[in-house]
Design a protein around this ligand. Structure first.
Ligand code: ADP
Ligand code: MG
Length: 263
C-alpha cells in the first residue's frame, strides 16, 4: 500500500469580500502519484494549490504533507515541496545558473550539492546551452522550463505545477510534459492543474474536476469516463461542470490577471 503523501481535510478559503473560492474540499494523493486538477476558470484550482504550499492561508480545514501538519510545521513542508506557480516572476538581470545557485543557497544546500543538481537540472530541461545567458532573453517555453528547474533545485518529494504549459506552442508543451513525466518516473509526486484535457487524460493517474469551489468528480481517467458515460475526458468535463472549453479559454485570458501577465 502506497502511503498518502498529501491529505486534505475539509479545507475552505474565503477571500475578503466574502468570495468563497474553495468550499470544504477533501482529497488524498498517494506517494509517487501523477495527480491532476481540472476545472473552468475561477473554479478554485489555484487557490487550492496555493493553500497546500501556504502561499494562501486557508480559512479552515487541515492539510498534511508527508504526514506533517501545515499549521504546525510549515518549514518542514517547504523542504519537501517544489512549486512553479502562475504568477511567479523571473529575475530579468540574472542568468539561469546564477538564479539556480541563489535558490540552492536559500535552501542551505552545500555548494557541491548545488553544482551537481544544477548540472542535472539543466540537462533535464535542456537549457545547458543558454545557462549563462540572461533569463530575460528566453522564449516563453524556455522560461517555463527554467521555472521548472528552479522549483526542483532542493530535490523536493512533491512538485506542484499551476498550468505549466499555459500559453506555450505544442512543441514547447511536449517538452515540458516530457520532463514532468520523467520526474514522475523517478518517483516524484506530481500535482498539477491544467486545462489541456487530452494531456491530462494521457498523463494523470488520477484527476479531480473542480467547479465553483468544490470537487465535482474524482478518479482515474478510465473510472471517470465509465462513471459519466463519456467517451473522453472532455465529455466528462462538460457533463460535470457544464462549461464549454472553448469559452473557458477565452474567459480565462479576460479574467485572470495572473495568467495574462504570464502570457
Ligand atoms: P482557478 O485557478 O480555478 O481559475 P482561482 O483559485 O484563481 O481559480 O480563483 C477562485 C475564485 O477566487 C475566483 O472567483 C477568483 O476571482 C477568486 N480569487 C482568487 N484570488 C483572489 C484574491 N486574491 N482575492 C479575492 N478573490 C480571489
Ligand atoms: Mg488558476
Amino acid at each position: 500500500m502506497q502511503k498518502n503523501i498529501i491529505e486534505v481535510k475539509k479545507i475552505s478559503k474565503t477571500y475578503t469580500g466574502d468570495v468563497k473560492a474553495v468550499k470544504n474540499v477533501s482529497f488524498e494523493v498517494k506517494e509517487g502519484e501523477f495527480f491532476g486538477f481540472l476545472g473552468p476558470n475561477g473554479a478554485g484550482k489555484s487557490t487550492t494549490m496555493n493553500m497546500l504550499v501556504n502561499l494562501v492561508k486557508k480559512t479552515s480545514g487541515k492539510i498534511l504533507i508527508d504526514g506533517i501538519d501545515l499549521d504546525e510545521n510549515p518549514d518542514e513542508i517547504y523542504k519537501r515541496v517544489g512549486f512553479a506557480m502562475q504568477e511567479v516572476g523571473l529575475d530579468e538581470v540574472a542568468t539561469a545558473r546564477e538564479m539556480l545557485q541563489l535558490h540552492g543557497r536559500l535552501y542551505h544546500m552545500p555548494k557541491a550539492d548545488i553544482d551537481e543538481q544544477i548540472k542535472k537540472l539543466l540537462k533535464l530541461v535542456e537549457l545547458e546551452k543558454v545557462a549563462d545567458k540572461f533569463t530575460s532573453t528566453y522564449s516563453g517555453g524556455m522560461r517555463r522550463r527554467f521555472d521548472l528547474a528552479l522549483s526542483l533545485i532542493h530535490k523536493p518529494k512533491i512538485l506542484f505545477l499551476d498550468e505549466p504549459t499555459q500559453g506555450l506552442d505544442p512543441h514547447a508543451r511536449q517538452l515540458i510534459w516530457g520532463h514532468i513525466k520523467q520526474l514522475n518516473k523517478e518517483g516524484m509526486t506530481i500535482f498539477l492543474t491544467t486545462h489541456f484535457m487530452d494531456e491530462a487524460e494521457n498523463l494523470c493517474e488520477r484527476i479531480a474536476i473542480m467547479d465553483k469551489g468544490q470537487i465535482v468528480t474524482m478518479g482515474s481517467p478510465e473510472q471517470l469516463k465509465k462513471k459519466h458515460h463519456a467517451k473522453n475526458l472532455e465529455e466528462v468535463f462538460l457533463k460535470t461542470t457544464g462549461s464549454n472549453l472553448g469559452n473557458e479559454e477565452i474567459n480565462k485570458n479576460a479574467a485572470d490577471p495572473y495568467t495574462r501577465a504570464r502570457g
